[in-house]
Design a protein around this ligand. Structure first.
Ligand code: NAD
Ligand code: IPM
Ligand code: MN
Length: 353
């Protein structure tokens, strides 16, 4: 298992260090794991002038899977857009064709009180957000800011081809098929043509999955329903931008954005694994970040790319035990719990692993 490790910026190196300890422990336990390190994001800009250097691309291309921390930081926000850290992340997703982004929002029962919602609203929550990751307004052309009739005009293009919608719909139907067989497709077809096509194509694909119950929801309603009654959902499928926003919203149902892992897969289940959160500049370098989303991303890597279900479950069981034993980073802390920092949370996971 050749894994490219790209720690990135801000809290990236801190959370990745804990995930790497987990990988090292599995290696000691007999898994054939090989790690190689590379630069992406702001640290890559500092070192090479580019957020996704060619050397990193080669490393990522040759690896079986990629583990990524996070990119970005305020010091890079004024750089020309093609040099910004976020461009590096978009480039690796696009160049490796990682179109299927799985973002599972699962509430560990021990964290029911860390959620900002009432216990009964979130208890038992287990939803899967399937976000399309290489299309939409993120990549559509034309885009830019231009002078028109004496004033600046900013524009982007929301764009999806039939092929792009079809392949993500298949991923979502197959995910639903393995779960509770309910798929909700989220769009804005009442206003946007692009998402009218999204809805039409999802309906066409649904004929191949008669056993899955398909529903549709407009994105504004979906944002509301996610906090009103999130347990009505099993699998959600949506485009790149709506999926970005709805998955951050869903993370708070689970107690913290520091709990949500993700997998970004290509057609062959080669994948990039990363927490859904960002580089959290406000807490970087302070041993405050929750490393569990990153550690749980390693579990997803073992499951989806390496078919090591047993090793994946070992990590998930260790995480459950850590929470059941009262270990809490600041983002999920409560009175009476064992408050720990990033590294001590890693220690706790390792001790149970
Ligand atoms: P963010 O997700 O970095 O942080 C939002 C809030 O959540 C902050 O208060 C932060 O402290 C907290 N938080 C995030 N992760 C946490 C963790 N593991 N443990 C505890 N608390 C955590 O979002 P932002 O502040 O909007 O963005 C900061 C930078 O990160 C920006 O440059 C943005 O572009 C970038 N970003 C990168 C990714 C990525 O690399 N995948 C994702 C989102 C944002
Ligand atoms: C995410 C992030 C990225 C996105 C940014 C940093 C490009 O918010 O992974 O959710 O919008 O996809
Ligand atoms: Mn995001």
């Amino acid at each position: 298992m050749k894994i490219a490790v790209l720690a990135g910026d801000g809290i990236g190196p801190e959370i990745i260090a804990q995930a790497v300890r987990v990988l090292d422990a599995l290696k000691t336990g007999g898994l054939d794991i090989e790690l190689e390190y590379g630069l992406i994001g702001g640290c890559a800009v500092d070192a090479t002038g580019e957020p996704y250097p060619e050397a990193t691309h080669q490393l990522a291309r040759q690896a079986d899977a990629i583990l990524l921390g996070a990119v970005g930081g305020p010091q890079y926000d004024t750089l020309p857009r093609q040099q910004r850290p976020e461009r590096g992340l978009l480039a690796i997703r696009k160049e490796l064709n990682l179109f299927a982004n799985l973002r599972p929002a699962i509430l560990y029962p021990e964290l029911a009180n860390a959620s900002s919602l009432k216990y009964e609203v979130v208890a038992g929550l287990d939803i899967m957000i399937v976000r399309e990751l290489t299309g939409d307004i993120y990549f559509g052309e034309p885009r830019g800011i231009e002078m028109r009739d004496g004033q600046r005009v900013g524009f982007n293009t929301m764009r999806y081809s039939e092929t792009e919608i079809k392949r993500i719909a298949h991923v979502a139907f197959q995910a639903a098929n393995k779960r509770n067989r309910k798929l909700c497709s989220v769009d804005k077809m009442n206003v946007l043509e692009c998402t009218q096509l999204w809805r039409d194509v999802v309906i066409e694909v649904s004929r191949e999955y008669p056993q899955v119950i398909l529903s549709h929801m407009l994105v504004d309603n979906a944002a509301m329903q996610l906090v009103r009654d999130p347990k009505q959902f099993d699998v959600l499928v949506t485009g790149n931008m709506f999926g970005d926003i709805l998955s951050d919203e869903a993370s708070m149902l689970t107690g913290s954005i520091g709990m949500l892992p993700s997998a970004s897969l290509d057609e062959n289940n080669k994948g990039l694994y990363e927490p859904i959160h960002g580089s959290a500049p406000d807490i970087a370098g302070k041993d405050l970040a929750n490393p569990l989303a990153t550690i749980l991303s390693v579990a997803m890597m073992l499951r989806y790319t390496f078919n090591q279900e047993e090793a994946a479950q070992r990590i998930e069981r260790a995480t459950k035990k850590v929470l059941a034993s009262g270990f809490r980073t600041k983002d999920i802390d409560e009175p009476g719990m064992k408050s720990v920092g990033t590294r001590a949370m890693g220690d706790a996971v390792l001790s149970f692993l």
